[in-house]
Design a protein around this ligand. Structure first.
Ligand code: HDE
Length: 724
């Protein structure tokens, strides 16, 4: 269903009305040219005779082809691949008005429209969703006081401390210039060359090599503002603030082997998942929370609050919930909305201000600058998705693609001819007052010496992880550095890892078949040629917090199977009750059941009822689902036993540590796989964790639901690997 001028649907809000003014629905409409002329023939060009040359005079052909020729715009230089959705934010109460005058954060009666765009960073617009990468998390809040953009990531820290290094970082990670290889992957020489010379990146490297870089779903990942910002209250008093968005479904990931396979089976896995969940009414939700630090406590931590490679451990400053963010509507048009949306960390509203984080400061320049080219000129704020709720009045005029038709004679201020309008608003009526920070200092091109601890939080992150998470991180580094050809780069990287954790370095070195290099003082290459390295020596210290529970995904919410995809493997004569009862139980909990069979169309169950097949083994894959179930039914199971893809399905689901259930004869299929031997011999231990076998009589649904809630049984990985 499309929203039209007269049909404003669902979360009926001002932004939607505003977008509806620009939305067109062609249902029941004749075709026209861009000048409004009716089109009678859209299939043949104008020719001199049926077999003759086409005529230049064919204005319709010319218009159509010309428009087509210009359909593409430059993709974003970073974060090119993205997907977005509409929704709203609502504060829980007014308690934060002590800290901020931002009304959308303190007035619980308001629902502020939002547009959230998720992205990967390195890949092109057509790359796979499952790249090992940071995910962008950008929210446009259309508040009554103007637009606030929270342009964040799914990881709370960043690679570099100063914006001036951003082009270098991105040039290093993007495909190598001589052959444009590899696409959407950091596993190549230039990235690791740069990182091995940039010790400040080590904390972020821990995050990007962790499972956080492989989200199960965009709906199951955190969002962070990364930089320290400021809240400012009505009295002008400021408080430092870090932004957090925690998903109600918990933070979950896929396995690396799985990610690579998904990239082939369904490169649109994440965008499809988001679209389908919203269409099904399973609206993704995040709790917006803040960490607050009083102005006078600025120097109380063992790191600098302005250093974007550091986070504030939640043990030191808890995250306080401020409200809920819900996504409840898919865009009507990908290009018009998701592609043309323009975020900017400099879009703030009264009550939210910047700090002097040197990474943030550089970003304040970059976004408008890049959008001027990407969106074709200075009027991109007039594109419907970018417009604020209120009407814009100022003296800016003209430029490419101007939409607003300004009336009157004046376009300057002050004026008398236009009655002094648009006039400057009084502060009491709103507007932005910059926090009056006292700034003093000599002009100097240098890095703060308080930024020189590169390792302690990397160590804290590694310490905080569960054993399987640590193993995944080791494997990730082995994979990435295994793709590096230049041995010196591997040496430098493993050398840097020794400062994070010696065992980590040893395990990575083992995988690379090399010795751990003698620990050497890491050289801080990020300094100017004339800087005295002695002044900028890395600082080595123990992390203030040894382990932080919030950093491990093992501690995330595991209380729901909502939107989880469960494959039911079945063939003709599948036991009617065994299929229907489990399906009903899972669907009642919000899971999505897909019947996978040897062929498309329909199969008959044991009661003779037609069951619709959702996918055949040709188009289905275990990597695309969260759990697998084999219902009872002798004939059905015999057919599946003759289907190598069914055997592979189970083996692969087992390898990726997913919940697996079988009922009655269904257990025979499990026994025919690699999993079978484990069932016979080792019942009750890690090898069979998450496997639920029913005897055809009692209902296994409850046990299966509990298993799916766990997301993964990583403990299985400690045992022998399954060749799937
Ligand atoms: Fe960005 N970044 N960035 N970035 N960034 C862009 O803006 C930039 C940084 C982030 O969904 C660009 O419109 C610089 C940190 C997201 O449309 C560009 C620096 C964080 C998105 C740009 C950074 C981000 C962008 C490219 C170093 C996390 C996607 C297209 C100072 C807090 C926004 C565009 C969307 C996009 C510049 C660092 C997040 C080139 C110079 C740190 C989520 O302007």
């Amino acid at each position: 269903m499309k929203s039209t001028k007269s049909d404003v649907r669902e979360n009926n809000n001002k932004k939607q009305e505003n977008l509806a003014l620009h939305t067109e629905d062609s249902t029941g409409q004749p075709m026209t040219t861009n000048t409004g002329l009716l089109v009678n023939n859209d299939t043949s060009s104008l020719k001199a005779g049926e077999r003759g040359p086409s005529l230049l005079e064919d204005f319709y052909l010319r218009e159509k082809i010309t428009h087509f020729d210009h359909e593409r715009i430059p993709e974003r230089v970073v974060h090119a691949r993205g997907v977005a959705a509409h929704g709203y934010f609502q504060a829980y109460d007014s308690s934060f008005s002590k800290y901020t005058q931002a009304k959308f954060l303190t007035d619980p009666s308001r629902q502020t429209p939002v547009f959230l765009r998720f992205s990967t960073v390195a890949g092109s617009r057509g790359s796979s969703d499952l790249a090992r990468d940071v995910r962008g998390f950008s929210i446009k809040f259309y508040t009554e006081e103007g637009i606030f953009d929270m342009v964040g990531n799914n990881m709370p820290v960043f690679f570099i401390q100063d914006a001036i290094k951003f082009p270098d970082l991105i040039h290093a990670v993007k495909p190598e210039p001589l052959n444009e290889i590899p696409q959407a992957a950091s596993a190549h020489d230039t990235f690791w060359d740069f990182i091995s010379l940039t010790p400040e990146a080590m904390h972020m490297i821990m995050w990007v090599m962790s499972d956080r870089a492989l989200p199960r779903s965009l709906r199951m990942m955190d969002g962070f503002g990364v930089h320290t910002y400021r809240f400012v209250n009505e009295e002008g008093k400021a408080t430092f603030v870090k932004f957090h968005f925690k998903p109600t479904l918990g933070v979950h990931s896929v396995a690396w082997d799985e990610a690579q396979k998904i990239s082939g089976k369904d490169p649109d896995f994440h965008r499809r998942d988001l679209h389908e969940a919203i269409e099904a009414g399973a609206y993704p939700e995040w709790e917006f929370g803040v960490q607050l630090v009083a102005q006078e406590d600025e120097h109380k931590f063992d790191f600098d609050l302005l250093d974007p490679t550091k986070l504030i451990p939640e043990e030191l400053v808890p995250v306080q919930p401020i409200g809920k963010l819900v996504l409840n509507r898919n865009p009507d048009n990908y290009f018009a909305e998701t592609e043309q949306v323009a975020f900017h960390p400099g879009h703030v509203v009264p009550g939210i201000d910047f700090t002097n984080d040197p990474l943030l400061q550089g970003r304040l320049f970059s976004y408008t600058d890049t959008q001027l080219t990407r969106l074709g000129g200075p009027n991109f704020q007039e594109i419907p998705i970018n417009r604020p709720l209120n009407t814009v009045h100022n003296n800016q005029r003209d430029g490419h693609m101007r939409q607003q038709i300004n009336q009157g004679k004046t376009s300057y201020h002050p004026n008398t001819v236009g009655g002094g309008c648009p006039f400057q608003a009084m502060m009491k009526d709103g507007g932005f007052k910059h926090f009056e920070e006292r700034v003093e200092g000599s002009k100097i091109r240098a890095r703060s010496k308080s930024f020189m601890d590169f390792f302690s939080q990397a160590t804290m992150f590694f310490n905080s992880m569960s054993e399987p998470e640590q193993s995944h991180l080791v494997d990730a580094l082995r994979f990435e550095l295994g793709k590096v050809d230049i041995q010196d780069i591997r040496n430098r990287m493993v050398g840097l890892l020794t400062f994070v954790d010696k065992t980590l370095a040893r395990r990575v070195a083992e995988g690379l078949g090399m010795d751990v290099p003698e620990p050497q003082q890491p050289v801080n290459h990020q300094l100017g040629a004339d800087a005295n390295p002695k002044d900028y020596e890395p600082v080595f210290k123990k992390p203030a917090v040894e382990k932080s529970a919030a950093l491990s995904m093992a501690n995330t919410a595991k209380d729901s199977i909502k939107t989880r995809q469960v494959a039911f493997l079945a063939a003709g004569c599948v036991d009617a009750d065994s299929l229907a009862s489990v399906k009903k139980a899972l669907e009642a909990e919000g899971a999505v059941v897909r019947v996978v069979a040897p062929h498309n169309g329909f199969i008959k169950d044991s009661a003779g009822k037609q069951i619709k097949v959702d996918q055949s083994f040709l188009t289905a894959a275990s990597v695309l689902v969260d759990a697998v179930y084999v219902p009872a039914g002798q004939k059905s199971v015999t057919a599946l036993l003759n289907e190598p893809d069914a055997i592979h399905f189970i083996n692969e689901a087992y390898r990726h540590c997913k919940a697996i259930a079988a009922d009655g004869e269904g257990a025979d299929l499990i026994k025919a796989t690699y999993v079978g031997a484990k069932l016979n011999n080792k019942a009750g231990n890690d090898a069979v964790a998450g496997i639920v076998i029913g005897n055809g009589g009692n209902d296994l649904s409850a046990a299966f639901i509990d298993a799916i809630k766990q997301h993964r049984f990583w403990q299985r990985e400690k045992k022998d690997k399954i060749p799937a």
